[in-house]
Unconditional design. Sequence first.
Length: 441
Amino acid sequence: MKMQSLFYNEMNEPLAARLRPQTLDEIIGQQHLIGPGKVLRKMVESDRISSMIFWGPPGVGKTTLASVIAGMTKANFITFSAVTSGIKEIKEVMKKAEEDTLSGERTIVFIDEIHRFNKAQQDAFLPFVEKGAIILIGATTENPSFEVNGALLSRCRVFVLKQLSADDIVTLLKKALNDERAFENKKIHISDEDLYFIANFSNGDARTALSTLEMAVINSDEKDGQITVDQQIIEDITSKKSFLYDKKGEEHYNIISALHKSMRNSDPDAAVYWLSRMLEAGEDPLYVARRVIRFASEDVGLADPRALQLAVSAYDACHYIGMPECTVILAEAVIYLSVAPKSNAAYVAYESAKEDAVKMLDEPVPLVIRNAPTKLMKDLGYGEGYQYAHNSEDRLTNMQCLPDSLKDRTYYKPADQGLERQIAERLKQIKEWKKKHEQDK
């Protein structure tokens, strides 16, 4: 048995380590997996663990969950590191685990950051997982579809852990302030506003949040038996100034509105400013990227179809590399959309069509453009008179595609901006052609 050093002091461990949950009920977040009656909770509580992969961003509880499983299961628990574990060491441990199965013992092998294991290392586990000699639990921040060998992945159930919300983080911080393992029962005062600032700074990472809180407490003054943590201390530690911004409050909507309207007004300087206000205050970059995608269609539209492509690419890039590297990607997208020609014609077209659609939900599809896969449908006139546009010289027909009650409706009216000038000219030619061939009906 390994003896504890006389000089060991638990308080020297990082706060996140001292407060690591011991039971499922102590874990904050991930209720979709470990809430009452949820599948992973049932597996753990019944001690019927199968091989699995925990996939999620940093600091959401992957290692913690594995640690709790280790404490609740009756199996031997072994951890491997991608940095220090060679194939020889893996095979030796696997051989011992295989021998233990003969005496009825189970072995759970936990691999943190399994995506860092190379193919040969991952392959070394495969035969033992197949034979049931070990139960493998891997944790990864990367998509296991790309980072884990297909054969190994097919034998593991993937559980997706979600990023912790600001409310989750604040709940965690408040529990820490009241836990004797954290600050030795010292009285600590910190406002809810500052707790939310730490939560937003941590961007869903519990370790970062607890480390920031610990540094703030250590660097704050104690007076009359109470430690008071103020905003200035937190700003000094995080090197970030507290912005007037609340992800769920009015200012959140004010600033996203300011970003939209600055881009709509073709003001890249204002748009980049409001973008930075959000990101530096801790806003989720993917939220901003989603709003940018919406803007690309709502306010630029077909005046520059490349805008949507660029916005979607910006979202993908932000997803791949995260903060803070993705700030310049969003800045590029926001500047492009700001200076792009503007058109809300697609937005107006949909809203106008929606109004008619809601009022006239029962309008029948014209027989001429109905599908006729059966003889009965053909006998009823489905598809009769259908004109295949590609068979005509001009690739146009005078076939009516709207219901009779809406046949003269015009929803899409292109703006005189960018590519939509050409689209407008094309539509003009189409309408003139149809008018000219009206008598051919």
